[in-house]
Design a protein around this ligand. Structure first.
Ligand code: PHE
Length: 341
C-alpha cells in the first residue's frame, strides 16, 4: 500500500506540473482526490490492514492528500499569473494606430445669438457684467422701487429661499442695474446677460428658468433719444438695416418714463402673419429712463446724472432668429435638434 501511495505521489505531481491550464488542473484534482479518485481507491483498501498498521498508513495518506493539494494550488497560481500576463500583453495599446474621431459639439444656438449681441454692445463701448442668480429681495425688488404689495413679489410667482421672503432666485436681471450703480465708477455702459426664474408651468412659451439681457447707460445728459437711437442700431444689426421699430408707453416701477419696443414683423413686413400672430409687430423688450428714486438709492445724484435701461428675453430673440416655435426645444438639449444649427 505504501508503494501504491508512492506511485500515486510521483504520477500526480508530474501530471500537475505538466498541466497547461486551470481546466486540466481541475480534472486532475478530481482524478486524484475526488470521491471516486485514486487516493480514495487506495484508502478503501485500509480495511485489509492490521489494526497496528492502520494509523501509520492513515497518516501517510493524509500527508499525500495535502501534498497533492498544495501542488495543485501552486500550479494554479502559476497558470493564473501567466494568463494575466498574456492578457495584458494582448490588450496593450498600439500607440501607432490612428486615433478615433473626436466628437466635438458646437455652441448652443441661443448662446450664438447672445455672442452676437455681446459683440454689438462691446463694439459700442459697453462692458459685459455677470451677477448672482441667488439674490436679495432688496436688490430684486426694493431698490428697484417695487413696492411691498407688488404682485411679482407673491410666493406664487417667485422662488424664495426663506420664510421671511428676503432671499430669492432673481426674477429679472434688473437687480444688476443696482449692483452696477453701487459698485462701478460713472459713467456706466453695461449689459448683464443671465438666467432668471419665475414660478411658471412649462409650455411652448413658458419656462420656470429663462434668460434676460439687461442693458444700462448712466452718464450726464443721457436722454430717451439715446435709448431709442442705441436700440434702433442694435435691432438693425440683428434683423438687418431698415428694420422698423416702435416704442409704446408702458409702466415699470424702476423706469420713468417707461416703454416697450416692438419691431415690425420681418416675415410679413407688418401686414400680419403667423410669426407676429397677425399683429404686424413683435414685442422685443421693456425699457425706460432709470427712475430718479433708483438713482438716488444707489447714491447717484439724479439732478446731475441720468440714464436708461432695457431688459429683453434671450430665448424669444433666438426663437425669432432661428424660427423655433417651441421654447422647450431650447432647453431639452436633444442633439438631433441642436445639430441643425
Ligand atoms: N425687468 C423688466 C422685466 O423683466 C424689463 C425691464 C428692464 C424694463 C429694464 C425696464 C428697464 O420685464
Amino acid at each position: 500500500m505504501k508503494e501504491l501511495m508512492q506511485k500515486l505521489r510521483e504520477a500526480s505531481i508530474r501530471a500537475i506540473l505538466e498541466s497547461e491550464n486551470v481546466e486540466t488542473l481541475e480534472a486532475l484534482r478530481v482524478k486524484y482526490l475526488g470521491k471516486k479518485g485514486e487516493l480514495t481507491g487506495i484508502l478503501r483498501q485500509m480495511g485489509k490492514l492490521s489494526a497496528e498498521e492502520r494509523p501509520a498508513m492513515g497518516q501517510l495518506a493524509n500527508q499525500l492528500r495535502q501534498d497533492i493539494e498544495s501542488a495543485i494550488e501552486a500550479r494554479r497560481n502559476e497558470l493564473q499569473s501567466a494568463m494575466m500576463e498574456k492578457k495584458l500583453e494582448q490588450e496593450s495599446i498600439d500607440v501607432t494606430l490612428p486615433a478615433e474621431d473626436l466628437r466635438i459639439g458646437h455652441k448652443h444656438p441661443m448662446y450664438s445669438v447672445l455672442d452676437q449681441i455681446k459683440d454689438i454692445f462691446i463694439g459700442m463701448g459697453f462692458e459685459i457684467v455677470d451677477g448672482p442668480e441667488v439674490e436679495l429681495a432688496d436688490y430684486n425688488f426694493t431698490k428697484l422701487n417695487i413696492e411691498d404689495s407688488h404682485p411679482s413679489r407673491e410666493w406664487t410667482d417667485t422662488f424664495y429661499f426663506k420664510d421671511d421672503s428676503s432671499i430669492l432666485l432673481r426674477t429679472q436681471t434688473s437687480p444688476m442695474q443696482v449692483h452696477a450703480m453701487e459698485t462701478k465708477p460713472l459713467p456706466i455702459r453695461m449689459i448683464a446677460p443671465g438666467r432668471v426664474y419665475r414660478k411658471d408651468e412649462v409650455d411652448a412659451t413658458h419656462s420656470p428658468m429663462f434668460h434676460q439681457i439687461e442693458g444700462m447707460v448712466i452718464d450726464k445728459g443721457v436722454t430717451m433719444a439715446d435709448l431709442k437711437a442705441t436700440l434702433n442700431l442694435v435691432v438693425e444689426k440683428i434683423y438687418g438695416e431698415g428694420t422698423v421699430t416702435r416704442f409704446r408707453p408702458h409702466h415699470f416701477p424702476f423706469t420713468e418714463p417707461s416703454c416697450e419696443m416692438d419691431i415690425q414683423c420681418h416675415k410679413c413686413g407688418g401686414k400680419g402673419c403667423p410669426t407676429c400672430k397677425g399683429q404686424g409687430w413683435i414685442e422685443v423688450l421693456g425699457a425706460g429712463m432709470v427712475h430718479p428714486k433708483v438713482l438716488a438709492g444707489c447714491g447717484i445724484d439724479p439732478e446731475v446724472y441720468s440714464g436708461w435701461a432695457f431688459g429683453m428675453g434671450l430665448e424669444r430673440l433666438a426663437m425669432g432668429e432661428y424660427k423655433i416655435t417651441d421654447l422647450r426645444l431650447i432647453f431639452e438639449n436633444d442633439v438631433r435638434f441642436l445639430e441643425q444649427f
